[in-house]
Design a binder for this molecule. Structure first.
Ligand code: C2E
Ligand code: MG
Ligand code: MG
Ligand code: MG
Length: 321
């Protein structure tokens, strides 16, 4: 190729020309190394020290609260900082890992890490410890060894029913709905709770939803964000607080989820107004920056201690003068 391209070959290898290919390869190489190091460190009981390459792969945890602000759960969210790429957002490295297969070893690491954390918190806080939710990619869920792995972490960390929740997206249900339904019911028999993440953004069939044994329905944050918009819909009352079109969708999802006996959790709650509206709509649980961003595990335990299990922590207590 280099011979036939002649002059253009030089162009081809200029950094600005290769941002697709080479940058993607570099991301893959570096992420592979980060995952390998994380798995090795995990196998050594977290005592491998710092990655000599200087990278860091870890889980942060975001509180999930009930209607009274009591912390009931913690969603594990992956954080990766690379010495040369900097902090890479999960949307980027997860999507890449799904394409190159690294999602399997990464997912195994994340599941173990979160399960170990659930055990640690249970030992520290007793039955007031938060259930830990882990995101599971559709690729990982479809893997033959997935159920076995979940069973293995339950045994390793002596997880009791309800301590672990797996967040699946609608993509999982779209691929092979019957197979997904079987796997979900197997997981639930093992004492694992199952959540549908980003609900309303995919194309899962409502006909299937009622046949699935789902514990938690997570209302996508785009609907929550659209709740307090300036728009007044055609059917909306002429007076009273303005509600955006997201409010109608959120209300519909909450009422459907509740009538199917599911726990409904709203994502991306950022304001008091959103929280109040959601509580009025009968939403069971909430998660979002209003309560806390995702934080390292030690910080999570501090938040619980500081607020006596309730969030948000009043500003006066959170930031003493
Ligand atoms: P997700 O599972 O829907 O996670 C919620 C995302 O919303 C997180 O982004 C979280 O930081 C963000 N968020 C939380 N509260 C608020 C809020 O009030 N406002 C706004 N604007 N955003 C909020 P993050 O951490 O960047 O993760 C993005 C996505 O990457 C996740 O979406 C999930 O799909 C994926 N992901 C992250 N960690 C993992 C993992 O360990 N495994 C897999 N398979 N996917 C993961
Ligand atoms: Mg999630
Ligand atoms: Mg989500
Ligand atoms: Mg998402």
């Amino acid at each position: 190729r280099s011979k036939t391209c002649g002059r253009n070959t030089v162009q081809f290898f200029k950094p600005q020309e290769e941002s697709g290919g080479l940058a993607a390869m570099e991301l893959e190489t570096r992420f592979r190394r980060a995952v390998e190091f994380a798995l090795m460190s995990q196998a050594l009981g977290g005592d491998a020290g710092a990655d000599p390459a200087g990278g860091k792969l870890e889980l942060h945890y975001q509180p999930q609260v009930d209607q009274h602000g009591r912390v009931v759960g913690a969603e594990a969210l992956a954080r990766w900082t690379d010495p040369s790429l900097g902090r890479v957002p999960p949307d980027r490295f997860i999507a890449a890992a799904e394409r190159n297969g690294l999602i399997i070893p990464f997912g195994r690491w994340a599941l173990r890490q979160a399960a170990a954390q659930a055990r640690k918190w249970r030992d520290q806080m007793g039955n007031r410890s938060p259930r830990v939710a882990v995101n599971v990619s559709a690729v990982q869920f479809a893997d033959d060894r997935f159920i076995e792995e979940v069973s293995s972490v339950i045994n390793t960390y002596h997880l009791l029913p309800g301590m672990l929740e797996l967040e699946l997206t609608e993509t999982v249900l779209m691929q092979d709905a019957d197979d997904a339904a079987r796997r979900i019911s197997t997981l639930r028999q093992m004492g694992v709770a199952v959540a549908i993440d980003d609900f309303g953004t995919g194309y899962s069939s409502l006909a299937y939803l009622h046949r699935l044994t789902i514990d938690t329905l997570k209302v996508d944050r785009s609907f929550v964000a659209g709740m307090s918009g300036e728009r007044r819909g055609p059917g909306a009352p002429a007076s009273g607080p303005l509600q955006g079109s997201g409010a109608a969708v959120t209300r519909a999802i909450i009422s459907m989820g509740r009538s199917l006996g599911m726990n409904v959790l709203a994502e991306g709650v950022e304001t008091d107004a959103q929280q109040q509206l959601l509580v009025r709509m009968g939403c069971d649980q909430m998660q979002g920056y209003l309560f806390s961003p995702p934080v390292p595990a030690e910080k999570f335990a501090e938040l619980i201690a500081l607020g006596n299990g309730v969030l948000p922590i009043p500003v006066a207590i959170a930031r003493p003068a």
